[in-house]
Design a protein around this ligand. Structure first.
Ligand code: 6R9
Length: 631
């Protein structure tokens, strides 16, 4: 708490000075003299940080550590197969990155060119990101679980000239045909596909794949055709570092653009303050590099800070539900950073798989991606961390580049489910639907009133859409799309996307609140709650409930659960419907697609829209079937 307060006062005293001092954590080829020049007004919209500074993100993550940490493990890679792992030092990573950069350069890829990465969770994914950064090319990582169609539309949208991929990915004992998907995507992308003049493929499983002469190269042979030295391109702070596609409530996914200087300062700053990684610690973020969490907290943040970052190829439940904790013991992991959905899935398997491991190395536990229900928080804290590890529930978004609201490890851990306080330097606020500021204890729409270095600079190829999406709802302010409650202590509780908030008989309720109550019941593994039009109340509450393994789905249990929520929150929140379901429609990153649940609850299963990003499309039919009981 004391450090948080000290940093916050430094920021209040002199904001420019605060952020310029934080910039000093990086190695700049030319140090910035100005902190920021920002206007969020539509007429004169611009966001610039450290604009006169010159640096290189790859240099920051590798070269600057060579003298002091050359033999330290940079990437500790744990394979899908539990018997396979590999430690790569900063010096080795530097060499691999230089070689990959030279292969790209030899094929004419250079500063400003866009390169798509469609990779498994192997060290080469990090090499590819850093190789692009090294030569000033702009990478766009597409999660390996996306379809060839999704890949084609991204190749097209960003005008990629090269793709880096692997023959196949391994995950949970299964394989994904990455190279085959790339070939199909390039064909599907037509003219845009023709513009891709290099496909660099990493050999992972050794599967037989197609090879187009003149376009395709193997990484394991081409790496020997180039030298292991490659200077890093001096980049202006505002030169783009990467594009990352993310979906919003409307339209096709947006290519969110992050630039070099501000993003790197913010990733490094937040990683240091939130995770408190000591020099000899092994830090593990379980995300995939295809998501922003993987960018900021597997690759750029930890490596900028000289940390040993663990990269995991597999999934938390393979070969069994003990895997995560086995990995913790095997590599003496000190910090884990994972998602509530993973915690709930593991909690469902009971305490046994956790308790058979030691976990003595753990010092801190983190979560990200969705509100964590107090039940899961407590399990994580008490069973996984044995009550001795602080939990950092980090709230942020693809668009924010790094964490904005979170407990810091030295804060008192007394509010399970609260993201608590802004990072020093971050200025959140709550407004009502008309944009009026809400003071003190209140619930409303979460906005940011001031820029921060890690903020996205735009939407690739469509700056108008960027301004429209984030800065027009409350003109001159950044709208997060999330709702939040601020309690008497000034702590923030994220209630979820604003479009998920229910209004039942004039009472405003976060779906997360009802979900939490349901999950707190001993029979429930997971729940998702949506509203549907109700004649009298305005909105009714429809709960989709996944039971714990081995629990019988009966009408009596559904009734019990209605009563349980009524008990927990109050009569106003009594579910109108409880649907016991076999699964929830989730994206491959584990986010529940509420749009689909809403449409089914509304009785419009014919209007589900695009379901191509679902991990298991077949659950949708079961949900539609199950909802018929309410007709
Ligand atoms: C980093 C990431 C962003 C959305 C965000 C919010 C939800 C993320 C959260 C959280 C409650 C947390 N979200 N972290 N909600 N508590 N700790 O997940 O980025 O994929 O862009 O998602 O995720 O709704 O607006 P992204």
């Amino acid at each position: 708490m004391r450090e948080r307060n000290a940093m916050t006062s430094r920021h209040v005293e002199n904001r420019d000075k605060f952020w310029l001092e934080e910039a000093g954590r990086l190695h700049w080829f030319k140090e910035p003299m100005v902190a920021s020049d920002v206007s969020w007004d539509a007429e004169d919209f611009h966001i610039r940080w450290y604009e006169d500074g010159v640096l290189n993100a790859s240099y920051q993550c590798l070269d600057r550590h060579l003298e002091t940490r050359g033999e330290k493990t940079a990437i500790l890679w744990e394979g899908d197969d539990p018997s396979v792992s590999e430690a790569i030092t900063y010096r080795e990573a530097h060499e691999e990155v230089c070689r990959m950069a030279n292969v790209l350069k030899a094929r004419g890829v250079g500063k400003g060119d866009r390169v798509i990465l469609y990779m498994p969770m192997t060290p080469e994914a990090a090499y590819a990101m850093l190789a692009c950064a090294r030569i000033g090319a702009v990478h766009s990582v597409v999660f390996g679980g996306f379809s060839p169609e999704a890949l084609a539309s991204r190749i097209e949208d960003c005008g990629a000239v090269a793709v880096i991929t692997a023959d196949e990915a391994r995950r949970g004992g299964k394989t994904v045909p990455l190279k085959e998907n790339v070939d199909r995507a390039i064909e599907r992308a037509g003219k845009a596909g023709d513009a891709v003049h290099l496909v660099l493929t990493v050999r992972v499983t050794g599967a037989k794949v197609g090879f187009e002469d003149g376009r395709d190269l193997w990484w394991h042979t081409s790496r020997d055709d180039v030298t292991k030295e490659c200077p890093s391109e001096p980049m202006a702070a505002e030169d783009p570092l990467f594009i990352l596609y993310t979906s919003g409530s409307t339209g096709k996914p947006k290519g969110v653009v992050h630039t070099t200087g501000g993003y790197m300062v913010y990733a490094s700053y937040t990683h240091e303050k939130i995770f408190e990684v000591a020099e000899d610690d092994v830090y593990w973020c379980t995300a995939d590099v295809g998501w922003i969490t993987g960018h900021s907290y597997i690759v750029y943040g930890p490596l900028a800070n000289g940390v040993t970052t663990l990269m995991f190829e597999g999934v938390p439940t393979y070969p069994d539900a003990s895997r995560m904790w086995e990995v913790v013991d095997k590599h003496k992991v000190a910090q884990i950073y994972t998602a509530p959905t993973a915690i709930r899935a593991l909690m469902r398997e009971g305490d046994g798989p956790v308790k058979k491991t030691s976990r003595a190395s753990l010092k801190l536990l983190g979560t990200v991606g969705e509100p964590i229900n107090p039940e899961a928080w407590r399990w994580y804290h008490e069973v996984v961390g044995e009550g001795r590890c602080p939990i950092v529930d980090t709230w942020w978004q693809t668009e924010t580049g790094g964490v904005l609201i979170t407990p810091l490890p030295s804060d008192p851990m007394t509010k399970p489910g609260a993201a608590t306080k802004p990072m020093p330097g971050i200025m959140p606020a709550l407004v009502d639907n008309d944009g009026n500021p809400l003071d003190g204890a209140a619930e409303g729409n979460l906005i940011l009133t001031e820029s921060w270095p890690g903020q996205a600079r735009g939407v690739w190829g469509d700056q108008e859409r960027f301004i429209q999406t984030y800065f027009s709802t409350y003109p001159g302010r950044y709208f997060t799309g999330d709702g939040a409650r601020r309690d008497e202590g000034g702590d923030y509780w994220i209630t979820g996307r604003v479009d998920d908030v229910l209004n039942v008989s004039g009472h405003r309720m976060g779906t997360a609140e009802i979900e939490s109550a349901l999950v707190a019941h001993p029979s429930v593994a997971e729940a998702a709650v949506v509203g549907y039009p109700h004649d009298i109340k305005g909105q009714g509450v429809h709960c989709y409930v996944i039971l714990n393994q081995g629990t019988e789905p009966t009408d009596a249990l559904a009734k019990t659960l209605r009563g349980h929520v009524r008990e927990e929150i109050g009569p106003v929140a009594t579910p109108d419907r409880v649907q016991l379901a076999p699964g929830l429609p989730k994206t491959r990153s584990g986010k529940i697609m509420r749009r689909i649940l809403r449409k089914i609850a509304e009785g419009h299963p014919d209007q589900l829209g695009d379901t191509s990003t679902l991990a298991e499309p077949q659950v949708v039919d079961a949900l539609i079937d199950g909802a018929k009981q309410f007709e």
